[in-house]
Design a binder for this molecule. Structure first.
Ligand code: C2E
Ligand code: CA
Ligand code: CA
Length: 627
């Protein structure tokens, strides 16, 4: 008994079958229901959805038999698919030369009658059949054949629907340019790897020179670079590893089973080397390079999102040291990110909670005259509002740590809350008899971050806040950082600030000396003062260059008609030197720490009536003594 011959276009047929990705998958209700229905409607003990694979027939659904597959040699369905247009009806297998010696006929399940309708796809390929089987010889009437035909169509429709869904899902998980898994798919693969408890090394990759190629040589060159990078990454790792494209010029590689740093290092160096070879592109050669970050699970972190962030943190650190290098995660990276995550969580909980951001308060720190100008020595020229935020879960977080962690939007939220409190407190203090007298000439200094300044409505908002507190713009000064003056900040933004100045606010450039704005940038905005960064103040006395810098800054400020404030004064010696160098005003722990409004009220009331304040060691007497 020869097996059924192969269909004419067997290779294409098998490829089509593969495209359904259905072989060896779990049972599915639709197909189970169809075979049950086929058996019942045709009054047959057995019904099958049989898919004819290269060497076997495999049952996607079966009713009345246990086996999930048989060799192809003995499959009735292997005959059915030879004629895609027609059902195959065998009324008595013992009388049919094709089947009478078939072991499925001579033994269990003792097939006598068989009716199979080919499962023909839209492209015309017969994948297998829907068949009903009887243990007794029987005739299949037209109605029975019609029923099985209808159900066979339902099987095909469902198979095609299933394939379409799979393809859509796959498209949603694939980067179309490189064919690599996209971010979602890569993260899913990482989650899956971690859930199995296997060690994984996560390598984040950031291409260098991509922007150059893309901007300089055109998008086609950029695409070529990305595709080549993807290919090299794939070639550099084992088939079981995952390479995904997670962003424009960012990739992530998951090295499964890699547990120790030495093993990871070897692979990562290989990856790095592969990505440092130039890419031929037509007549030209494109530069390629990459900075890498590596983190290990379980050593550095155990959760997918966190692992990638730890690797990214290492990458960012490596980039700072120089493009093209490799950053290795340290336990501190993970600790830092965990802390950042818990700060963010607490901040959001606070922002959404009753009263909104109840953990935010304002501290006020006085800025005092050095007696060089009109104001008498020790007079309070301003009080600076400094943000404080705390939460029971994470404690009080200093603003220097907090602002970078919470980012610009939350930072603006905090800034607004702090301004509101500071304005109210300042107005309250001014209204008090004794404290108010000390603040008669003082302004409230408000910090605006660069991203706040960039908002179109910031001038309006600030004016409304100030006036809402019953103050005039003449009662405030605005501290901005050099970032605001850099070229990428639009003139419109600066116009808003200038308008506030036009209405009486002073504008002061904070942290002067830390950025790299030149004179030209200083002139982009009409300013009233400069605040020399405390770095320089704190090096006074220890580093002659600091003295030179202060001297030069004083002279620059004065030549531009600006007042120079020094901040961070902690020792009488620093104060004396600043006075000698011609600084106009000072702020620092030596005179007063940032205080609650109540504490500031007490501090103000403790100031002497007139002349050189004793609480403020500024007088020539003290300056002389420390000299
Ligand atoms: P900044 O604007 O330069 O503020 C001065 C910082 O120096 C304050 O730190 C202040 O407490 C500190 N300081 C003052 N005197 C001394 C001293 O003698 N020695 C030392 N070591 N430090 C002194 P703080 O309050 O931690 O604020 C840090 C930074 O956070 C601020 O630097 C500012 O850039 C930012 N910031 C604080 N509050 C706000 C706010 O409401 N809005 C915005 N946008 N930024 C804020
Ligand atoms: Ca400031
Ligand atoms: Ca400052």
């Amino acid at each position: 008994m020869p097996p059924a011959p192969l269909p004419r276009d067997e290779e294409r047929r098998l490829a089509s079958l593969r495209s359904f990705e259905v072989l060896d998958t779990a049972s599915e209700e639709v197909f189970d229901d169809i075979v049950a229905l086929a058996a019942r409607l045709t009054d047959s003990p057995i019904a099958l959805v049989s898919l004819v694979d290269a060497e076997r027939q495999w049952f996607k659904a079966r009713y009345g038999v246990e086996a999930s597959e048989t060799p192809r040699d003995v499959a009735f369905c292997a005959h059915t698919i030879l004629n895609p247009d027609k059902p195959l009806a065998v009324e008595d297998a013992t009388k049919d030369p094709r089947f009478r010696e078939n072991p499925l006929v001579t033994g269990a399940p003792d097939i006598r009658a068989y009716l199979g309708v080919p499962l023909v796809t839209q492209e015309g390929q017969a994948l297998g059949s829907l068949c009903v089987i009887d243990r007794e010889a029987r005739h299949f009437d037209r109605e029975t054949i019609g029923t099985v035909r209808t159900l066979a169509r339902a099987v095909v429709t469902n198979l095609e629907l299933r394939r379409a869904l799979l393809q859509a899902r796959e498209a949603a998980l694939t980067d179309p340019l490189t064919g690599l898994p996209n971010r979602r798919a890569t993260m899913a693969a990482l989650v899956e790897a971690l859930s199995g408890g296997e060690p994984v090394a996560v390598v984040t990759v950031d291409l260098d020179h991509f922007k150059e190629a893309n901007d300089g040589e055109g998008h086609a060159a950029g695409d070529a670079l990305l595709k080549e990078a993807a290919r090299r990454l794939r070639d550099a790792v084992r088939p079981g590893d995952t390479v995904g494209r997670t962003g424009g010029d960012e990739f992530v590689v998951l090295l499964s089973g890699v547990e120790d740093r030495a093993a990871a290092d070897g692979i990562v160096q290989r990856i790095s080397a592969a990505l440092h070879q130039p890419v031929p592109y037509g007549e030209r050669v494109l530069r390629l390079g990459a900075t890498l970050g590596v983190a290990l699970a379980p050593a550095d972190a155990q959760e997918a999102e966190m692992l990638v962030r730890v690797a990214d943190e290492a990458l960012v650190r490596a980039k700072r040291e120089g493009r093209g290098s490799i950053g290795r995660a340290s336990p501190e990276d993970a600790a830092k990110l965990l802390r950042a995550a818990s700060i963010l969580r607490s901040f959001d909980a606070d922002a959404c909670g009753e009263g909104g951001l109840s953990g935010a308060t304002a501290r006020l720190q006085p800025i005092l005259a050095l007696g060089q100008g009109k104001a008498p020595d020790g007079a309070v020229l301003a009080v600076e509002a400094l943000a404080r935020w705390g939460h029971p879960e994470v404690g009080e977080i200093p603003p220097g740590e907090l602002f970078p962690v919470i980012g610009p939007e939350r930072g603006a939220l905090l800034g607004r809350a702090v301004r509101a409190q500071a304005l109210a407190a300042f107005a309250g203090l001014q209204a008090q008899r004794q404290a108010g007298a000390r603040l008669a000439e003082a302004r409230l200094a408000l910090n605006l971050s660069a991203s706040e300044v960039a908002r179109a409505d910031i001038a309006l908002e600030l004016a409304a806040q100030v006036e809402g507190a019953g103050l005039s713009l003449r009662a405030v000064e605005i501290e901005i950082t050099e970032e605001v003056l850099l070229e990428r900040v639009s003139n419109r933004t600066l116009d808003g600030l200038a308008a506030l100045r036009g209405r009486g606010a002073r504008l002061v450039l904070d942290d002067f000396g830390t950025g790299n704005s030149g004179l030209a940038q200083l002139l982009r905005l009409p300013l009233d003062g400069l605040k020399l960064d405390r770095r320089f103040v704190q090096r006074l006395g220890a580093d002659v260059r600091a003295e030179e810098i202060v001297k030069a800054t004083v002279s620059l400020a004065h030549s531009l008609g600006l007042q120079l404030v020094a901040e961070g004064i902690e020792t009488p010696r620093q104060a004396a030197m600043l006075r000698a160098l011609g600084c106009d005003a000072v702020q620092g722990f030596l005179f007063a720490r940032p205080m609650t409004p109540d504490a500031l009220g007490n501090w103000l009331r403790g100031l002497p009536e007139e002349g050189t304040p004793e609480l403020v060691p500024l007088g020539p007497r003290i300056a002389r003594r420390v000299n």
